[in-house]
Design a binder for this molecule. Structure first.
Ligand SMILES: NC(=O)c1ccc[n+]([C@@H]2O[C@H](COP(=O)([O-])OP(=O)(O)OC[C@H]3O[C@@H](n4cnc5c(N)ncnc54)[C@H](OP(=O)(O)O)[C@@H]3O)[C@@H](O)[C@H]2O)c1
Length: 285
């Protein structure tokens, strides 16, 4: 399967690349900026991929709010640029397309209601992928962390919490936002499975179970063997600030109906990630 991965060097891109080996060409932003339509056209003509995994995104939420032009250029126009060939586009999206105001998980058929520039641009990007691509697959996931960090966010959430725990006496983390933090290694496996099954349309692929950011942080600190209290706080949205969904939990009846295996539980993914990254108590000491 000749494959192009955009956003090379990012968390998910690296895990896809490691699984696909020589079948894949992974291009970082400096090698292929997806907003550069002529460059994308040239790359598609040269590489003639059968599948494109679009892992490129502008997704620092505060920066998106401050720079809507760039958000829409990368997250929408860039997606449309990738639709100009016969390749199947697999486009990554987010649980943030939902407003998170109801208690039940959101499934693939629920109506999105994005509440931030990032989320609005990602939803528009979904529509671009589905409108302009041949049988595109749009996969919504959540709370990604992986071995390769996320440069635009100063490392992944796990790394940031551990760094903060080593600098302060106590951590304070929101306990009213729920999600399924997902290890990019597990997501990469599920994406490849979905492509092998010829899936298209919208799918939800996230880790099993769910937790609050506070519970996730408690698990990180416990697994790292650190003795730092994690205090629970409540979400506040300042004027002009980013509105994040309180309930970011996704259900996946459509993925189930296509026979795509469930991803491991979030705690299982976290333990394997921390073991591979040498962050567990035993290896940290
Ligand atoms: N991270 C999460 O928690 C999360 C949650 C749900 C969904 N998602 C979605 O999952 C996908 C992968 O996320 P990730 O966490 O793996 O991201 P990541 O590690 O931050 O990687 C994103 C990559 O996109 C690149 N990029 C930015 N603008 C680009 C452009 N114009 N052209 C080409 N490449 C560009 C970045 O390069 P530079 O660093 O050089 O700018 C970076 O390498 C994204 O679509 C994201 O929206 C992420």
């Amino acid at each position: 399967m000749r494959t192009l991965i955009t956003g090379g060097g990012g968390q998910l891109a690296c895990d896809l690349e490691s699984r696909l080996g020589s079948e894949a060409v992974s291009l970082a932003r400096t090698q292929l900026d997806i907003t550069d339509a002529p460059a994308v056209k040239r790359a598609l003509a040269e590489l003639r991929p059968e599948v494109i995994f679009n892992c490129a995104a502008y997704h620092n939420l505060d920066q998106c709010e401050a720079d809507p032009g760039r958000s829409f250029a990368v997250n929408v126009d860039g997606v449309r640029n990738l639709c100009g060939s016969r390749a199947r586009l697999v486009h990554l999206s987010t649980n943030y397309v939902f407003d998170g105001r109801r208690p039940e998980p959101y499934d693939e058929h629920d109506l999105p209601a994005p509440r931030s520039i990032y989320a609005i641009s990602k939803l528009a990007g979904e529509y671009a992928a589905l409108a302009y691509g041949e049988r595109s697959l749009v996969v919504r996931s959540a709370g990604l962390y992986g071995l390769h960090g996320s440069a635009s966010k100063g490392g992944n959430f796990v790394q940031r919490m551990l760094a903060r725990a080593r600098e302060t006496d106590a951590l304070q983390v929101v306990a009213d936002q729920r999600l399924q933090p997902t290890y990019t290694g597990d997501l990469a496996d599920a994406l490849l499975d979905a492509v092998r099954r010829d899936a298209d349309g919208v799918l939800h692929l996230t880790a099993g179970g769910d937790c609050s950011w506070h519970q996730f942080t408690e698990a990180i600190i416990e697994l790292a063997g650190l003795d730092v209290p994690v205090r629970a706080s409540a979400t506040t949205v300042t004027p002009g600030g980013v509105d994040r969904p309180l309930n970011g939990v996704l259900a996946r009846p459509r993925a189930d109906s296509l026979g795509i295996p469930a991803l491991p539980h979030w705690r299982d993914g976290l333990e394997r990630y921390m073991a591979q990254a040498d962050l567990l108590a035993a290896s940290a000491g």
